[in-house]
Design a protein around this ligand. Structure first.
Ligand code: NAP
Length: 465
């Protein structure tokens, strides 16, 4: 069996890589387990140095790495280079602050000297998606390495070259043998790897289907999991908002990464007083995007990551239109079997349509008209997802209500949703569980250990030390 690397812009097969055999998987698991024993006792300052060097490499080679991402999954080349730079930022963040995140934390306790220790868990399996082929991996890996864990990566099958490049970069950064390895396997191999006693935990970023399957296997094996799944994020616009800025941001937030971002704004919930102006601006902005070769730095919208994904998206849009939705622009492919899907705006979407219920992973904006703030919150929460949200208002009471009442892992006010290593990232409901990034993300894969030592002579002795 092979994993194919295909340029979605052209359909050209770039590489075919043999999947790892059962023997190779076993060898990699054994290396990971051996490395885990050594790495956890490597001083945290050394671990941070490796992560800092990884950041330097990602930064220095961002153009080359960006090109690799573009070739394998079609994102505009500037976005690829920016992704590598963002990975560098996360590495530097954890290299600078990681030691304090895992430092022992004293707890006041009269007769004892007590503290909380953060021990690594061991081998963490990461099952990752293709949409941000470097960022998704670094987001898990930088904190995991600093915390003393080692990583095994099962990347999406369509980005095997990115997966191998990541392994090479970590090695070049000075990580010892086995600290981070790529497994070239397809999803059918994942359950056995999770169940292997040498694997301590699993993190998955991907679809609900994959998340459910991985969580089930991890649950059976009684292993912790972090799940970062899909989203259908609301973008609420109220009359007091700065409308031109909201429109400009809406176009960007919907089409970033060719519309294939979990935290892309997907449902535009607009107060009826500004709905017409907002929708006209959104359509104009979507139609004005420069579509073209993703290797051209001027390109704003490239192809989806594969023709299969474009077919699935087109079917969701087609079904929605059959059920009553209207396409104000776009709606179907010019070239039926290609990965190219046009920027699309849908309106009048009924509740039973895929565009209402499901995640649309491509440049399709869905507009909903709300009567007032309460109605906007009702629409925002009327989905099984709860990843992130963006609300546009300059009314303080309205803003506080949105922050309190929207069921999502984050609320951004008058701004576009982004991930940032300083803040926890994750969702509620079908968008997953657990958090990545910040110190909360780092601690997901630690043994939070209570240490309580009785001091000879009691409180007085302890106090005089
Ligand atoms: P996907 O099809 O679920 O694939 C993600 C990863 O899971 C791939 O490595 C895939 O391997 C693997 N996988 C698929 N089915 C599996 C199964 N039954 N058991 C074990 N592993 C399985 O998702 P995708 O199409 O790559 O990514 C798009 C989805 O990811 C969207 O829903 C998006 O919202 C979500 N996402 C979420 C976040 C977040 O942070 N919340 C970030 C980015 C993307 P194969 O490639 O071999 O099938």
């Amino acid at each position: 069996m092979t994993l194919q690397s295909i340029n979605p812009a052209t359909g050209e097969i770039l590489a075919e890589l043999a999947e790892h055999s059962a023997g190779e998987i076993e060898a990699r698991l054994a290396r990971a387990a051996a490395a885990a024993h050594r790495w956890r006792f490597t001083p945290v300052a050394e671990r941070c140095k490796v992560v800092a060097r990884l950041g330097d490499l990602l930064d220095a080679e961002q153009q080359r790495l960006g090109r690799l991402m573009t070739l394998e999954m079609g994102k505009p080349i500037r976005a690829g280079a920016e992704e590598a730079a963002k990975c560098a930022l996360a590495c530097r963040h954890y290299a600078a602050h990681g030691a304090s995140m895992v430092a022992d934390e004293p707890v006041a306790d009269d007769e004892h000297r007590s503290y909380i220790a953060y021990d690594p868990l061991g081998v963490v399996l990461a099952v990752m998606p293709w949409n941000f082929p470097f960022w998704q991996v670094i987001r898990f890996l930088a904190p995991a390495l600093v915390a003393g864990n080692v990583g095994l990566l099962k990347h999406a099958s369509n980005v095997p070259q990115c997966a191998l490049e990541l392994e090479t970069l970590v090695r070049r950064a000075g990580a010892p043998d086995g600290v981070f390895q790529t497994l070239l396997v397809d999803s059918s191999a994942v359950a056995d790897i999770i169940a292997d006693p040498r694997v301590a935990a699993v993190t998955l970023t991907g679809s609900e289907r994959a998340g459910g399957s991985v969580a089930e296997t991890a649950g059976r094996a009684l292993k912790p999991s972090v799940l970062e799944l899909g989203g259908s994020d609301p973008f609420i616009v109220m009359p007091s908002a700065n409308l031109p800025l909201a429109i400009e941001t809406a176009v960007k937030a919907r089409t970033i990464n060719n519309g294939q971002s979990c935290i892309a704004a997907k449902r535009f919930i607009v107060h009826r007083d500004v709905a017409e102006r907002f929708t006209a601006g959104l359509v104009a902005g979507m139609e004005a995007l420069r579509v073209g070769d993703p290797l051209d730095p001027r390109t704003q919208l490239g192809p989806l990551a594969s023709a299969r994904l474009a077919t699935e998206l087109e079917e969701q849009v087609r079904q929605s239109i059959i059920l009553g939705a209207r396409a104000l622009c776009g709606g179907s492919r010019e070239e039926p079997k290609s990965a190219w899907f046009p920027a699309t705006v849908l309106i009048d979407i009924p509740e039973n349509a895929p565009a209402y219920r499901d995640e649309l992973f491509g440049p399709v904006a869905c507009v909903f008209v709300a009567r007032d703030a309460g109605d906007a919150i009702r629409i925002a929460n009327s989905t099984r997802f709860g990843l992130a949200s963006s609300v546009w208002t300059n009314d303080d009471a309205e803003r506080d209500r949105f922050v309190r009442e929207i069921d999502a892992g984050s609320v951004f006010v008058n701004d576009m949703v982004v991930s940032d290593p300083r803040f926890p990232f994750g969702g509620v409901k079908s968008s997953g569980h657990g958090r990545e990034l910040s110190e909360l993300g780092l601690r997901e894969f630690t043994n939070i250990k209570t240490v309580r030592m009785r001091i000879a002579g009691g409180a007085r002795d302890a106090a005089t030390e």
